[in-house]
Design a binder for this molecule. Sequence first.
Ligand SMILES: Cc1cc2nc3c(=O)[nH]c(=O)nc-3n(C[C@H](O)[C@H](O)[C@H](O)COP(=O)(O)O)c2cc1C
Length: 186
Amino acid sequence: MSDLAARLRALPSFPDDMPELDPGAAPEDPAELLLSWLEDAIAAGVRQPHAMTFQTLGADGGPVGRTLILKDLDQRGLHVSTHRTSRKGEQLAADPRAAMTFFWRESGRQVQIGGTVHALEEETSRADWLARPTSDGRPNPDWQVYALQPERYEFLQARHDRRHRRLGYRREGGSWTHAEVTTPAG
Ligand SMILES: Cc1cc2nc3c(=O)[nH]c(=O)nc-3n(C[C@H](O)[C@H](O)[C@H](O)COP(=O)(O)O)c2cc1C
């Protein structure tokens, strides 16, 4: 084992106290569970609890990830905002499939969300741009709010014995089904 590998292995991992995930008590709507975990992270004082890895597909079909901020969540989906002419903006125009991965290390929680992104109307993008702390009051026509309409969610609650509990949701037509995920995990 290299020195780096040994040092990485010795790093502390999960916090001492972690919540439990009870799949039997899961809400029908995964957005409800996402919001409740986000609220827990906000209440715990976690820095940037609304930051997540946002994955798109590049022109060669390969995955591309970067950190983005969740701006809102409503019936249109999970909102993010960026420049339409950015790499991710171009990638979304070519292929609207995308994924988000939230990780709250203070509670050992992860949420993966996959679906299709669509651009929201101009008024939403304009309001978001003008609300940025660096706004000089002038609109930016390149700024775009996108909404990810989720098709699948997977919630993970880590455990010290590494038997992490995972709950998967899938959208079928207009409603959601959920089940515990039992494939091997960390
Ligand atoms: C914590 C954090 C939050 C970020 N939030 C955003 C964001 O909400 N929108 C955005 O366009 N870029 C955001 N960025 C920058 C992106 O990660 C990325 O570098 C940039 O958008 C260019 O990505 P692209 O070349 O893949 O289009 C954030 C970076 C960090 C570290």
